[in-house]
Design a protein around this ligand. Structure first.
Ligand code: ADP
Ligand code: ZN
Ligand code: ZN
Length: 756
């Protein structure tokens, strides 16, 4: 706490007019910023943390403005200044202010969200201290230190160069500190502290799960063209975002790598955003392999606080060249950021669904725009928003239509399950195909987005079924754990051998999850490894890597998994993919469900046929005539997406209009509804007569009760984004004043992607 006690000024001789006043944001759900006077000699800059008195205690705050003209007469004083240099620079503060305004979320919460946890909690930055001779030290005649040869030697060294503790210890041994003290006592030295530079790799050296090294590949014509276009675009002074739409397996990663080479050579940093690092270690591996000369670090939720802080500070100091991270990595400070890449830009995980509800991809685009740096979005199944921007020439649009080498796109067929015998949801025909592919020495993957054994556990005698009291919904039976688990609130109970209602000892299940399919396939293929990959089977550290390692080994295996398997995996031995359950999504009320389904189907399908042999994808459905499936199979993603965009246009759904969803939950349904009705009235009263804004609701959320809380929503829609934000801004003071009873909580979800 070097700044703490030094130079407290005489407070009585000052008044507010001349005192330094700073404006501080704190990590609380309030929109207000707080003014404090600073009685320290040096006023903290914007972006520095301070400790401030608040009520009877003290909290950490972040300075967002200095030299403030406060209206208040009696301001409390800062207790402590925690940072010498700002943690967040002006550009980042502005970006976060923009985010706070856009998402209507308190600035303080947004700011603290952008900091690594260790710094949020007020942890001091690790520091390195340097010493150097001051002017008195330089001027001192040597003979003055004739009788202190060690001091003389150290002073000489500190005249030559600045030195840190390690250097001094190496030169003067363990007694260095005593010698230094003597010189300091004679006032011959000056000293400064700096944040350390990190060059270590923060990725924890995750193993590459047995993936073969690739080296630098010779680009295909398409890839070459893309790299040229992107490189050209990267050199513009106001570059447009680039959307790289490349079918699965078209080699987008190689395009990313070669496109950023020249930026890195020019000393720039690159930020790479990916959906989930844990699931796709290969992207990190590919970057490390391609750029051994650069320091690469990854940022994701699995990192310990200190490791995360180290990467964050390293990127800020410019010591890390490439940061690969998930959603929140978009807020990493970078000293010399040259470009942002967003892989799988359509992925739902870029949207934060709790607390600060931001869309990481959109933040990245905004960040790049503000900094006039390029941003590259890649996907085999671009989001409709991004495609729309490409169609309107706001983004540059590049395509990779084929897979490099002899590999072709996999063949996809629809299989009508209505007339086929099914076992655990697998049709007899598919079972035969699995057998053929395994016998031919290939690998097979089955996709089902439901973990556990079965979604229903019931008593055939009395009709009882396992039911979550907290959500009023069925619980999923997990056989391995002998539990029923509510997939909505997470509550779990041990399974009893008998029916709790009638005592019948033969409970049965209905439907299937991945566990059941695993069991059935093991019985059909006793000598073939059946590998299940879902949240349950990979919760232990290292277990996912182990499973992936086995798959990359190349022997015939049957993989069964949830959406964890859809993301970016490159399994070269996989020739058959079975997609077991698409029907549910076909009838969803959510207008985004079809887009998500199309993306998921193609992403899963894209795992097949990535090696030498052609791939085959079987889509089981009871709706073989469904227009979405037909269009997807016969016309492909682009045409299907255009049709979906057309429908969105008719309904003025995003991207043709913008939306905000007000979510309310309460302990009692009544309280939630009363609150949301008041909320609606406030909005209504702020609406201009002619405004084309629509308010839809209040209505119960599709998941109307979760963990004992009743949930409601109100949808605000407008063809013009600014109108929507004006309305929320105008209404906010009144909205904040609505009385909350019955434990009401509410949130504004701007650009909602999930309507549960
Ligand atoms: P995407 O991300 O587009 O699905 P990847 O980048 O994972 O595709 O590439 C798919 C596969 O093609 C990888 O195994 C990759 O090594 C290989 N590949 C990419 N580009 C080339 C190339 N020019 N020549 C040969 N193989 C390539
Ligand atoms: Zn019973
Ligand atoms: Zn529940």
């Amino acid at each position: 706490m070097p700044l703490n006690d030094q130079g407290k000024q005489n407070q009585n001789s000052q008044n507010n007019k001349t005192r330094n006043i700073v404006r501080v944001a704190i990590q609380r759900p309030i929109f207000k910023l707080l003014d404090y006077s600073c009685d320290f000699v040096k006023t903290p800059s914007s972006g520095c943390r301070v400790r401030i008195p608040l009520g009877n205690s003290s909290v950490i705050g972040l300075v967002v403005e200095t030299g403030v003209n406060s209206e208040l007469d009696h301001l409390k004083s800062l207790i402590e200044i925690l940072d010498v240099h700002p943690l967040l620079d002006e550009a980042m503060l502005e970006l976060l202010k923009w985010a706070s305004d856009y998402y209507h979320y308190p600035f303080g919460e947004v700011l603290f969200h952008a900091l690594p946890n260790a710094l949020r909690k007020g942890k001091a930055l690790p520091k390195i201290r340097f010493w150097r001779a001051n002017s008195a030290g330089f001027a001192l005649p040597e003979k003055e230190l004739k009788r202190a040869p060690k001091q003389l030697a150290m002073l000489k060294q500190l005249k030559n160069a600045e030195q840190d503790a390690i250097q001094l210890q190496q030169a003067f041994g363990d007694g260095w500190r005593r010698i230094l003290k003597q010189l300091e006592k004679k006032a011959l030295l000056k000293t400064r502290e700096v944040e350390p530079v990190y060059s270590e790799n923060g990725s924890g050296q995750r193993s590459a799960a047995g993936m073969p090294a690739k080296g630098k590949l010779t680009l295909t014509g398409e890839q070459q063209h893309s790299v040229e276009q992107i490189t050209e675009c990267f050199q513009e002074s106001r570059p447009k975002p680039v959307l790289l739409h490349g079918v699965t397996g078209s080699g987008k990663t190689e395009v990313y790598l070669q496109s950023i080479e020249s930026l890195l050579e020019a000393g720039k940093q690159v930020l790479v955003l990916v959906p989930e690092i844990g699931l796709t270690p290969q992207i990190l591996f590919r970057f490390q392999e391609h750029f051994p000369q650069y320091s690469i670090a990854s940022l994701h939720s699995g990192l310990a606080d200190n490791a995360r802080m180290a990467v964050w500070l390293g990127a800020k100091a410019g010591a890390i060249d490439i940061v690969i991270g998930t959603r929140s990595a978009v807020f990493t400070p970078m000293k010399n950021l040259g470009a942002i890449l967003i892989d799988e830009e359509h992925d739902a995980s870029f949207k934060q669904q709790e607390g600060f509800l931001y869309q990481g991809r959109d933040m990245a685009i905004k960040r790049a725009y503000d900094a006039s740096i390029p941003v590259l979005l890649g996907s085999a199944t671009p989001s409709l928003e991004s495609l729309h921007n490409a169609l309107r020439q706001r983004y540059r649009y590049l395509r990779l239509a084929s897979r490099p080498g002899v590999r072709e796109a996999p063949e996809m067929i629809l299989q009508d399950t209505r007339a086929l015998p099914l076992e655990a949801g697998v049709s007899s025909l598919l079972m035969d195909e699995i057998r053929q592919h395994i016998h031919a020495g290939n690998q097979v993957m089955l996709f089902l987005n439901r973990r556990g054994f079965a979604p229903i556990l019931m008593c055939p005698a009395c009709g009882w079924n396992a039911h979550c009291q907290r959500c009023d919904l069925g619980m999923t039976y997990h056989a391995a754990a002998q539990k029923v688990i509510c997939h909505h609130c997470g509550v779990e109970h041990a399974v009893k051998p008998t029916c709790p209602d009638c005592g019948n000892d033969r409970l049965t299940t209905q439907g299937q999850g991945t566990e059941r399919i695993e069991q059935v396939l093991k019985s059909h293929f006793p000598t073939t490894p059946v590998i299940r990959i879902d949240r349950d089977s990979t919760s232990r550290k290292g277990s996912l890597e182990k499973k992936l390692h086995q798959v990359h080994g190349g022997e015939p295996v049957i993989l069964i998994g949830t959406q964890m398997l859809t993301k970016g995996h490159d399994f070269s031995g996989l020739t058959l993919v079975g997609i077991l359950d698409v029907d549910q999504a076909l009838f969803s009320m959510d207008y985004r469900a079809q887009e998500r389904l199309a993306q998921q189907v193609l992403q899963v399908a894209g795992r097949a046929g990535r090696g030498e042999k052609k791939g085959r994808v079987v889509l089981q459905t009871s709706q073989p005539e469904h227009p979405l499936l037909l269009s997807l199979l016969s016309q492909g993603y682009y045409q299907t997406a255009l049709q979906m965009l057309n429908e969105r246009r008719q309904w003025r759904y995003p991207p043709y209009g913008s939306q905000a969803l007000i979510r309310v939950s309460a302990n009692k349904a009544e309280a939630g509804l009363v609150f949301l009705n008041k909320f609606r009235s406030v909005l209504q009263s702020c609406l201009e007569e002619d405004a084309s804004i629509e308010l839809l609701g209040p209505m119960p959320s599709p998941l109307s009760k979760k963990a004992n809380r009743y949930r409601f929503q109100l949808l605000i829609g407008s063809p013009h984004r600014p109108l929507l934000h004006q309305l929320l801004d105008k209404a906010m003071p009144d909205l904040l004043r609505i009385r909350k009873t019955g434990g009401v909580r509410w949130a504004i979800d701007v650009d909602p992607t999930d309507f549960l």
